[in-house]
Ligand binder design. Structure first.
Ligand code: NFS
Length: 672
């Protein structure tokens, strides 16, 4: 057999900074997720969802027609069980993050959380009002205490409906009640998903998948929404600011500290601590100019959105950051943290510091975070990093970085379209109705070394922009676009269609709106709900010309997000392979579940979930879906010829023309 040809750095990533670090890894002789993925062929049976390892009689691999597991489980049951377990894990991760945020809010409300305070009282009042918590004449702390209690109760609630669900369009809520997928309590649905998939329990795939929807809804309209709300209340609702992204944000003459993971509680405090005179002095005494903070993954998004702290990169760049040799400490909390970091760091001076009581990695330094003394702990972590500055060896920081404008919370989108006095989604709806904006695509999710790093995200994003599709992004997808310069204001506009360009110029926004971390996908649910409530685009989310895409997905959280978006009415496409693809050429019924989450769910919820590995097919289906929804709403057919006759760029073109031609272009030729 011929040896597999090794991929070049250019084939592994489209990002020049990543390519440079992959070359350095090769020179040093260390592996990364990129090389490990090359050396580890995925299991085609498990990868297709055709392996059951839920009990000790197996694992059972069902690769032949008519085969069942030892217990008699059929292929569709096994696939449904594998799928719901992934959704339960993803929902648990997001929602447990939400729970910790609610605990922090409770501690802040009771004056027990050192260094934190309620930064966004307006948001606190708005959120509290959703749940009829009295706000008039009450101190923010009193309101926050009630809200924290209400939010904490959602996790252990046994009956009824999780509270944030009432923020969905009325018609959607009714649909969920009719189809019996309303989550009763967040923890309850996750536990029940595990119970139902224990050996000998729920064995009807459709019934299992109905609960998968309920579990995912407990995340999207429950735990994740709580996480976003509380983060905004405590750290401020994002509004646009200037940021930077890519490994070039690391500094040669400063102590570089990377915060990586997902929860903003500690990272926000590290931001605050890094600016205290005491820490700056300590860094100077160590011979550095100060402390330079940067983020990776969704922690990056949290502090980029609110503080403008630069993002060193997305998921696949965590190891590459260490390879620069310029990182004194990588401080991690929860989720998406590669175990390989610790081994890799032994080749450099970098300290890997775990901080969550839930996450330890053998060989890492553990400094446990406690929100009651957060500032003290943040300073202790920074001192550790500063003490490590003297141990730096040979460094190589890629000179690659890009500016971006993040910070598009749904509150800001509402405000930007109408200002303080007439904040409204009307202009956005009108732009869609007129066809200037053809539709909206949410392009979100992870990186996956099974495909070229950042390529799928940025290819799909760039192509949809040319087709006048407004793009909103979160997670690692947003960082991919940021690095490519798609999250800039005017500078990115030569890459977008004529109608969208007019809107971006008029409102003064980039064509891609960075809406935050992955838990902040709930902001997209809110935007869709507000668009529906504004009127003109139907009376439920499934009627809006919008699509959700996760081109480079890899995490179980992504599956939970995809599922709650489908249940909310969205058409969602994942790139790469499906975890339940089956092998229909070998085992006839092994794609029943795959078809059910598409056609079956569409019948029930108006949204569907598909796995499409060809990005151009994703783009084609996105546009076809948007156009179909436009037609169903009776909106004019998309026609780019109608637009682009205005806007800044057009004015510059016209200025260059001789007077007569300019007048003809502006006012038409007499007699025509
Ligand atoms: Ni989302 Fe964020 Fe990135 Fe994927 Fe991981 S960081 S929560 S899971 S890899 S987008």
């Amino acid at each position: 057999m011929m040896a597999k040809e090794k991929k070049t750095p250019e084939q592994l990533s489209i990002d020049p900074a990543a390519q440079e670090m992959l070359i350095r890894a090769e020179q040093i002789g260390v592996g990364t997720a990129f090389t490990r993925a090359e050396n580890m062929a995925p299991c085609n049976i498990g990868g297709a969802g055709m392996c059951c390892k839920l009990c000790g009689m197996g694992p059972c691999r069902l690769t032949k027609e008519g085969q069942t597991g030892v217990c008699g489980a059929t292929i569709d049951t096994i696939q449904a069980r594998n799928f719901i377990r992934a959704i339960a894990a993803g929902s648990a991760a997001h929602s447990d993050h939400g729970r910790d945020m609610a605990f922090t809010l409770k501690a802040v409300a009771n004056g027990e959380a050192e260094g934190y305070y309620i930064r966004d009282v307006a948001k606190l009042r708005t959120v509290a009002a959703h749940y009829d918590i009295p706000i008039e004449g009450r101190a923010p702390e009193e309101i926050a205490n009630d809200l924290a209690d209400l939010y904490l109760a959602q996790f252990g609630q046994q009956r009824g409906e999780v509270a944030p669900l009432k923020r969905a369009p009325a018609k959607r809520q009714k649909l969920w009640r009719d189809t019996k997928v309303v989550p009763r309590g967040i923890d309850r649905e996750v536990v029940e998903a595990l119970h139902r998939t224990h050996i000998g329990d729920d064995q009807d795939p459709e019934h299992i998948l109905q609960h998968a929807v309920r579990t995912a809804l407990a995340d999207g309209w429950g735990g994740s929404m709580i996480a976003t709300d509380v983060a905004d209340i405590l750290f401020g609702t994002p509004a646009p600011l200037l940021g930077q992204a890519n490994l070039g944000v690391l500094k040669q003459d400063m102590v570089n500290v990377i915060v990586h993971g997902h929860e903003p509680t500690l990272s926000e405090m590290i931001v605050a601590a890094s600016q205290t005179p005491e820490i700056i002095e300590y860094a100077k005494a160590a011979g550095a100019k100060g402390v330079n903070l940067a983020g990776i993954c969704c922690t990056a998004n949290e502090i980029l959105m609110r503080q403008g702290v630069p993002a060193a990169g997305n998921f696949l760049q965590q190891e590459l950051a260490i390879l620069t040799g310029a990182v004194e400490a990588m401080v991690v909390d929860v989720q998406c943290i590669m175990q390989a970091l610790v081994g890799l760091a032994t080749n450099f001076h970098t300290k890997i510091i775990t901080t969550s009581p839930k996450v330890k990695i053998k060989g890492a330094t553990h400094i446990e975070f406690d929100e009651h003394k957060a500032l003290t702990i943040a300073k202790q972590i920074l001192r550790e990093a500063i003490d490590n500055y003297k141990n730096r060896g040979d460094i190589q920081i890629p000179d690659v970085r890009e500016d971006l404008v993040p910070g598009f919370s749904h509150e800001y989108i509402n405000y930007m379209l109408g200002g303080s006095y007439r904040a409204s989604f009307r202009p956005l709806n009108d732009a869609i109705i007129s066809g200037r904006i053809r539709g909206v695509a949410a392009i979100v999710g992870c990186n996956n070394p099974r495909s070229q790093h950042d390529y799928l995200h940025t290819h799909v994003t760039s192509e949809l922009l040319k087709q006048d599709v407004l793009v909103v992004q979160t997670g690692c997808g947003a960082i991919a676009s940021a690095k490519l310069g798609l999250l800039l204001g005017e500078a990115g506009l030569d890459k977008v269609g004529p109608g969208l360009r007019e809107i971006c110029e008029t409102v003064g926004i980039p064509p891609v709106l960075h809406m935050g971390s992955c838990v902040d996908n709930t902001r997209i649910l809110t935007v869709l709900t507000q668009m529906v409530e504004e009127g003109g685009l139907g009376d439920d989310i499934d009627q809006v010309p919008a699509v959700g895409l996760a081109p480079e997905w890899m995490s179980e959280k992504a599956l939970a997000i995809g599922t709650y978006c489908v249940a909310s009415g969205a058409y969602v496409m994942f790139g790469g392979s499906s975890p339940i693809s089956g092998m229909p050429d070998k085992v006839e019924d092994s794609d029943i579940v795959l078809r059910y989450i598409s056609e079956g769910w569409e019948e029930l919820y108006g949204g569907k979930l598909e796995f499409i590995d060809d990005p151009d097919e994703m783009i084609a289906r996105t546009l076809a879906h948007i156009d179909k929804k436009r037609a169903e709403l009776g909106l004019p057919e998309y026609d780019p010829q109608r637009f682009g006759r205005s806007g800044d760029a057009r004015m510059r073109e016209l200025e260059a023309l001789p007077l007569a031609e300019r007048q003809a272009a502006l006012y038409g030729t007499p007699g025509k």
